[in-house]
Structure formats: C-alpha cells, structure tokens
Design a protein around this ligand. Structure first.
Ligand code: GCU
Length: 679
C-alpha cells in the first residue's frame, strides 16, 4: 500500500493529487476581476491557490487563446464571445476541450462554486477534455449554526473550543477563519451563525464594543459568499436596554429593536439577520406576555426589514416542565401544535427553522409533520452535524445515512422532503409550478472547533462535508457522498474504498446500539453520551419510553396521544398500523407487548436483544477494518481514529449489556440463542 500523506487540517482539500489535464493548460488563467469584486477575486485566487496546493501546478497570467477562462457567464460572453445554456442562481457551467477550460458562473457565487467543483472533479479524476458539467445548488439557504459561547466553549461541541470567541471576547485566528470559510464555501455553505441559540452572555454581541469585531469576521467570510446570522435573545430590550419589557406588541420594545437593528446593520450591512430561540428551554419569548410566536417574530422581522434582513425563528418550542405522571402529554406534538395554527401569520422576511424530527436530533425519529404542512410560511429544515446524541465524535456515525432517509421521506403532501427542497422558495409567489410548502433550505448545528482536525474525530469531517453536499443536492445518496469524501481526503485507491465502507456501516451499527426501534432518549440527561436507560424516565423534559413488564413504547396513534394525526391521513394510516409502520420507528408510534411479532417472525424482545448483540459485533468489525489501514495512513491519523473506535467498542458494550439486561430484568425472558445477558 502507498501512503497518501493526508493532512487532517486540510480536510477534503488535500494536496498530493495528479491532474488529468495538462499543466500548461491549467497554468494559463484568464480571470474576471469584475465589479462584484470580492467574490470574483476570491474565485480566481482559489483557482490559483488550489492548483498549487492540490496539484502542484503554479499558474501565470493569462495569455494566448488557450487556458482556463474563469468568470461570470455574462463577462465571458462579452469579452470572449462564449455562449452558455441558461444558468440557475449560484450555478455554474464547466466545459473542457483540448486547449480550454471554461468555468462560467451564473453570478459571482456561482463562479466561486464552479472553481471549487472543478478542483474537486480534477482530484476525483472525473473531468477530461470533452466534458461539460452544469450544476446549481438546490437549497437556496445552506446554513451552518454554531452554538459557540462567548467564553470560548461550545454547547454540544466535541472538537475543542470556539473558532470565534475566547474569554468573553470576540477572538480568533484570522488565517484559520479564512481556511474555515474556504472549507465551507467549497461545499456551498452560504450562511453562518456564530453564537449559541441559548444566547446567555453572548447577547451583548449586538452592542457597540463587539460589533466591529463581528464585522471583521463578516469581512473574512464575505469573499467566500458566506453571510452571517447572529443569535439574539428575545429578551434583549430588557436585558440590554433596561426597558422592563420585551413585549412584542409594546411600541417601546419594537422601537428598541429598530434602533438596535440600525446599529447592527451600520456595522454589518450584509448581515443575513437574527436567529432566535424563544420560549424554549428557559429562553424568554412572546409567551411571557401572552403573545404568539408570530407576534414575536414579526416584531424582529420589521426591525431588520429596512436593511434587507431576515428573522430566523426556531420551532424547537416545547414545555420542558412536565410531570412524568401525566401520560396524556406528548412532547413530540409540540412544534406542530405551536406553529401550524400560525401558518400565514408570519411576515415575508420571517423564516421558521424546523428540526427535522419532532423530538431533538435522536438517532432515529420520524420526519416532523410540519414539513409539507406549512404552505404560507417560509421555512427551513434543521439538522445537527455535531453528534450530540449520536456518539459525540467519539463514536463514528456517518449522518448522511440518516439524512438520505429524511430526504426520501414522502410527506404525503405530494412531495418528498427533497422534492420540497427542490421546489422554489415561497417568497417568489408568482410561479404556479412551485410546491406551496417548499422548504427553502437547510440549517445545521456545526461540529467544528479549534481541534487541529476541526472535528475531533477525523472521520467526522465527512459529516460536515456531507451536509454541504446534501444542501447542494438533496438527492445525493450517502454512498456517493462517502465515496467523494474518502477520495478527496485519502486519495484515490483502496484506502478510500475501505474508509467509505467503514463510514457506510457506522450509522446502522450506531443505531442498533442505541435506544431500540425509535423509542429515543435512553441517555444520560446532562451530557447525552452513553446509555442511561431510565435517564429521562421520570424527568421534566417530557421524553419517556415507559418500559414495563409486558410492554414498551408510547402509543402516539389515535388511541394514544394523537400525534400521528398531525400527518396527512395516508401517512398516519401507515404509522398507526404496527404491521406497516417502518420498524425502526415502531416504538416511537406504538406501545407494544414484548411478544409482538416483527416482520422477521421474531418477537420484539428478541429483536431488541439481537440488534444490541449485532451493534456490538458491528462496532468490533469497524475497528478491525480500520486496523487493516495501519500501513496506509500517516501514524497520527491512524492512531487517533483507532483510539476512538476502541472507545466506541467499549461504549457499544455498555449499550448492549445495559439495554439487554434492562429488558431481561423486566421480562425474565432469556435470549433465544442463549447469549450472555446479565441477571
Ligand atoms: C438540545 C440540546 C440543547 C440545545 C437544544 C436546541 O436540547 O441538548 O443543548 O440548546 O437542543 O436545539 O436549542
């Protein structure tokens, strides 16, 4: 095996590749340096730098008729008389002939994305003379949310400290942030929020001493086509303004926000807007004043509207002060119950951000019933790249595996999730062909931090890459994403194929280890890592499995909490019938006896045992497979991943033995294959 000297810091932008196109051709660059200069200049710089760093090709200025022609399609037509098929916003066209490469962007961002794609295709060995590629992002909003605290810590962060803050200040390494902006732009991310949605001490970021520093960060991201969002606390008029109220219908609160928005936009004129978590997990919100979420969001939207800003309002709203004795309560209902009745009441520059599932980024949840149902409100879908409930970047869990299932889910409103994403945004209401409940984009909680490899677990870089690629094209499957990422990170050849195989097996293994069949939340309540089967059972958070001697799970059908009725009738009918319900969601929708027969003819209990024995064996196989790569990898990379896979195996052992023992103790029914379960 040959070693590809990958550097963890470089992620999927590795050097050491051989270009299949002639160096003389690539070195001769004719680039636009137009009026939208920052992004176009960056596109040209990225092309030059990418060719040197990744392929060892140093470029000169453009001369003669051959070479690389880079710019917006309009410019290339004007100057060189080239013509192109119509390009979609932020899209590009790449055409290669024997003596010419043309990279034409629909606009400045499209030009930049065209450069990154060209470099990727070159590294993947997927572009040669005679090829033409046209592409454009499907999702208009491709956002990354950081949950960084101004103290420098990251809520649910597993990759070191904040890239943006330290010790109560905006503090960063500018070069590192540029490298970060490049990584994000290379997969098409165009919106980044910097601070935690639980705003706490970072509420002061929208005050004068901090704004110039935030503006400087915006300046680093800007040439990469990335605009910033700032998380703000709804209670700012009280917390920062000393107003005594933040009531959205009180003219004083609204005026405070208008003034504040003017100040913020004075410093950062292209800020995308404010991101708000309100009335949730202790954050203030309109409920405090007897107002609705529409009242709250619209007030903020009005404040940023004169500057072209948006108010991104999260739908992660539920009552976290439950009494576990109350079996009628069902937290999964919350987002739909709160927001569906408000559809149509939000201002045009409000965007609701809805978690993909009704709970909270569990290893397996159904898709939220709000998707498809919100026909009169702009909205995006929220994912979590940071592995809060999926192994915390100690365990390997390739999330695109789950995301592809979300994308393929048929909402029952005449479109799958990926179809709703492909539909045009509702903001351009003229187009009759558009699905009325189009999803305008994706947002995801970032998994990055100051660790040298950005993500703690080197292979967790694949989740960040995969998220960007999925925003670009929601129809890309997990396998394709894994293959691309592995070749771009580990070079072409067997190593990449082996790592791709490991990635693809990691999610099913993790799912088997975890809470069985969609029952969710069998974790330690504070840090959410590792099994704690009754960790949430008697808690105020409203998440229960109610395992007893004879049955487990929650009845969310019409006979139970009625949650399933939030879906269109045809979808609800599938979820309601335990023989039709997808089996990995069986215990999400049903309370079932342990002797319920699943589709493989075995009982539910036996399937719980089997999956947990298998989950351990599969974690063991992941480690064994990784060990075959020792001769092919730089020792530091090999060792850091091996160490994590070893910890994953210990974790899988706990899941297996705790879950199996728990259910054995409840049922006293042994494993039919006589495997070891503890008394
Ligand atoms: C989860 C997570 C919190 C976070 C919340 C959110 O509950 O544990 O840390 O604040 O999600 O999405 O706001």
């Amino acid at each position: 095996m040959t070693i590809f000297h990958m550097k963890e810091y470089d992620c999927w932008l590795q050097g050491g590749f051989k270009a299949a196109l002639k160096a003389e051709l690539l070195a001769n660059i004719h680039a636009e340096d137009g009026t939208d200069a920052a992004i176009l200049k960056q596109a040209a710089a990225e092309l030059r730098e990418g060719l040197v760093r990744r392929f060892g090709i140093r470029s000169e200025g453009g001369n003669g008729v051959g070479g690389v022609f880079l710019g917006t399609a309009g410019w290339l037509t004007r100057i060189y008389g080239l013509s192109f098929p119509p390009l979609k916003p932020e899209g590009f066209h790449i055409g290669v002939s024997e003596d010419r490469v043309v990279i034409a962007g629909a606009d400045a961002a499209g030009t930049l994305y065209g450069v990154f794609r060209f470099l990727s295709l070159l590294a993947l060995g997927e572009i040669k003379a005679g090829d033409a590629v046209a592409d454009a992002p499907v999702a208009a909003i491709r956002a990354l949310n950081h949950w960084d605290n101004i103290e420098g810590t990251i809520e649910r962060g597993y990759a070191g400290g904040s890239l943006f803050f330290k010790d109560g200040e905006v503090r960063y390494d500018a070069e590192r942030l540029r490298d970060y902006a490049r990584l994000l732009a290379s997969v098409g991310i165009n919106v980044v929020s910097l601070n935690n949605v639980n705003v706490r001490t970072s509420s002061k970021l929208i005050t004068e001493p901090f704004l110039p520093r935030i503006a400087a960060i915006a300046g680093i991201f800007r040439p990469y086509g990335v605009r910033l969002l700032l998380s703000v606390t709804f209670s700012s008029p009280e917390v920062l303004g000393g107003l005594g109220t933040s009531d959205p219908l009180d003219a004083r609160a609204a005026a405070w926000w208008r003034e504040r928005a003017a100040l913020v936009y004075h410093h950062i004129p292209d800020l995308r807007g404010f991101l708000v978590k309100a009335d949730s997990e202790g954050e203030g919100g309109p409920f405090q004043y007897g107002r609705t979420h529409a009242d709250g969001a619209n007030m903020l939207a009005a404040a940023v509207k004169p500057f072209g800003g948006e108010c991104v309002w999260r739908c992660f709203v539920y009552d976290c002060t439950q009494d576990w004795r109350n079996t009628a309560f069902d937290r999964a209902r919350a987002a739909y119950d709160h927001f569906k009745p408000l559809d149509g009441q939000f201002a045009e520059n409000v965007i609701l951000q809805i978690k993909h599932g009704p709970y909270d980024f569990q290893v397996r949840e159904p898709v939220s019933p709000l998707f498809g149902a919100m026909a009169k409100t702009r909205h995006t879908m929220e994912f979590q790249i940071t592995q809060e409930y999926t192994g915390q970047q100690i365990d390997l869990c390739f999330l695109p595996w789950m995301w592809q299932d979300v994308m393929a889910y048929d909402t029952g409103y005449g479109a799958t999730v990926s179809g709703l994403l492909g539909a045009q945004p509702v903001s351009a209401r003229q187009d009759a062909a558009r699905h009325p409940a189009a999803i305008e984009g994706l947002a995801a909680v970032a998994n990055t931090g100051l660790d040298g490899n950005w993500t703690g677990h080197t292979l967790a870089q694949a989740n960040l890459y995969g998220y960007g690629r999925l925003c670009w094209n929601p129809a890309l499957g997990a396998e394709e994403i894994a293959r691309e990422w592995c070749v771009l990170t580990f070079g072409p050849g067997q190593t990449a194929r082996t790592v791709a195989d490991i990635l693809m097996k990691s999610y099913p293994a993790y799912q088997k280890n975890n809470a069985p069949f969609g029952v969710c939340f069998m974790v330690e309540p504070r840090h959410h890592y590792g099994p704690s089967i009754e960790g949430y059972e008697y808690s105020r958070w409203g998440t229960y499995h109610r395992a007893g001697r004879e049955a487990v799970g929650l009845d969310r059908t019409g006979n139970g909490t009625g949650y399933s009725a939030q879906y269109p009738a045809a979808i609800a009918a599938v979820f309601d019938d335990p023989r039709l319900c997808p089996e990995d969601l069986l215990l999400f929708f049903h309370r079932l006896r342990y002797d319920f027969r699943m589709r493989n003819g075995k009982t539910l209990l036996q399937n719980i045992y089997d999956t947990h024995f298998e989950g351990y064996d599969e974690a063991e196989a992941l480690l064994a497979k990784w060990q075959t790569l020792e001769p092919a990898l730089p020792p530091a990379v090999y060792c850091s991943v091996r160490e994590r896979l070893e910890r994953q195996l210990l974790n899988a052992r706990e899941w297996r033995d705790q879950v199996n023992t728990y259910f054995y103790r409840h049922t006293l029914i042994p494993d039919e294959r006589g495997r070891k379960i503890y008394e």
